[in-house]
Design a protein around this ligand. Structure first.
Ligand code: PMP
Ligand code: GLN
Length: 423
């Protein structure tokens, strides 16, 4: 099988912001276009539409986490924390890796606290990718990957997530199964592959890559001497099965940078506390960029996230169970309106193919859905470049990390809208 097409090399005369915009498919005119998430949240606010677009929860963080942040501000934790992160948070991250995954991480050298997962991803990509290096991601891909790869001058290659069949037979109607073809994945690696970005659980599809796929990635990365950047921000939101961190796989550790964030786990996306764990030389390289971006941030939130990471297992289970109920609510609602649904195993999002409702072009549909239905959602094409994912053209991403009232109201509005489509 041929390797999939790569992004064209950006013109060398393009300004860096133009490269970033082009890498994310947002270069139009002479100003940077806002991201799809920003644009759709603004429309939701403007129209009073139910916002199932941008992935932020409208539920509260665990009380212990919120209280710790308030206390920290009152107790004077308001100045620059150390560049690599508050010692208490680095220790809590190392302990978290040991407790959940049996990984031995040195908090002094193998952990870097960042301004959200985004800054960890940016620092790793800008610090480790040279112009002309190939970077491999799944497609669809989280928007920042495309922008950052282009900013670094890298060549973005992708491996498609496709329909692998229909699920079912276990008594539950499961819907469409999405995943990766192993041979296609292996063929996408070349001798110029510098970095492979793994994202499992995956945004936007909600799939968890199976261990055979993760092992093939590690094997190919090793064979081509590529680094692995693994974005595991949804690590604690796995609803079926268990999370397998790439760094726990045989021979992965030495070449793997693991990125995560407190935002999703504790419903604090606005705090922007993230981190990277990796062997000391890789952390040193990433720090070499991070210290010029923000240097440091979020003093009172760092200790609060440390408190969150130390919460007992029962609290983590509660976070998951609460999310599972909301996933099931939205999945049932989307099925009821006649959509083909891919039931997510993890994360914040469910994908639905709306072609049975006559919508062939989800991008066009998501532009009119806020007015027509009073609901905001994101077309999967926003996570793809033209030509990368025609097979997902009629698919829409809906966020279920919203409170039950919002979900119920959105479902009821979609039901009314669906009737007008079919009638
Ligand atoms: N990676 C993925 C896959 C995401 O969905 C997001 C967005 N929430 C991020 C990274 C960014 O995380 P943060 O808000 O911690 O920067
Ligand atoms: N990760 C969030 C999502 O996928 C969006 C974050 C952002 O707005 N950049 O919806």
């Amino acid at each position: 099988m041929d390797a999939p097409p790569a992004s064209p090399l950006p013109a060398t005369s393009a300004l860096p912001w133009q490269r970033a915009a082009a890498g994310a498919g947002l270069l139009a005119g002479s100003v940077p276009q806002p991201t799809i998430f920003a644009r759709m949240s603004a429309r939701a606010a403007q129209l009073g539409a139910m916002n199932l677009g941008q992935g932020f929860p409208d539920t509260d963080p665990p009380a212990a986490v919120a209280d710790a942040a308030v206390r920290a501000i009152r107790e004077g934790v308001n100045q620059y924390p150390p560049g690599p992160g508050a010692p208490a948070l680095r220790a809590a991250i190392a302990e978290h890796q040991r407790r959940f995954y049996g990984l031995d991480v040195d908090p002094a050298t193998d952990v870097l606290v960042t301004t959200g997962a985004t800054e960890a991803l940016a620092s790793a990509i800008l610090g480790l990718v040279r112009p002309g290096d190939e970077v491999l991601t799944l497609a669809p891909w989280y928007d920042a990957y495309g922008a950052l790869i282009a900013l670094a001058g890298g060549i973005h290659r992708t491996v498609a997530i496709r329909e692998l069949g229909e699920e079912g037979g276990d008594g539950r109607a499961r819907g469409v199964r999405l995943g990766v073809d192993l041979e296609e994945l292996r063929c996408a690696f070349t001798d110029r592959t510098r970095l492979v970005i793994v994202n499992s659980p995956h945004n936007p599809t909600g799939i968890v890559l199976d261990p055979a796929v993760l092992s093939a990635i590690v094997e190919e990365a090793t064979a081509h001497d590529a680094l692995i950047l693994t974005d595991e921000v949804y690590e604690h939101l796995v609803l079926e099965g268990a999370h397998v961190p790439v760094a726990t796989l045989p021979r992965a550790r030495e070449r793997t940078i693991t990125v995560s964030s407190a935002g999703k786990t504790f419903s604090v996306t606005g705090w922007k506390i993230g981190w990277a764990c990796a062997p000391a030389p890789l952390i040193a390289a990433i720090t070499g960029i991070k210290q010029w971006l923000t240097f440091t941030s979020g003093a009172p939130f760092q200790g609060a996230v440390a408190a969150g990471l130390a919460l007992p297992d029962a609290d983590y289970a509660e976070i998951r169970e609460d999310l599972r109920a909301r996933r099931d609510l939205l999945v049932a609602g989307l099925r009821d309106i006649g959509a083909r649904v891919s039931v997510p195993d993890a994360g914040y999002f469910v994908l639905a193919d709306l072609s049975p409702l006559g919508a062939q072009d989800a991008a066009e549909l998501c532009e009119r859905l806020p007015e027509e239905a009073g609901v905001v959602a994101i077309p999967v094409s926003a996570f793809l470049r033209p030509g990368e994912g025609d097979h997902l053209r009629s698919w829409v991403r809906f966020a279920f990390c919203k409170d039950r009232e919002t979900l119920r109201e959105a479902i009821s509005r979609l039901e009314h809208w669906a009737q007008t489509q079919q009638g």
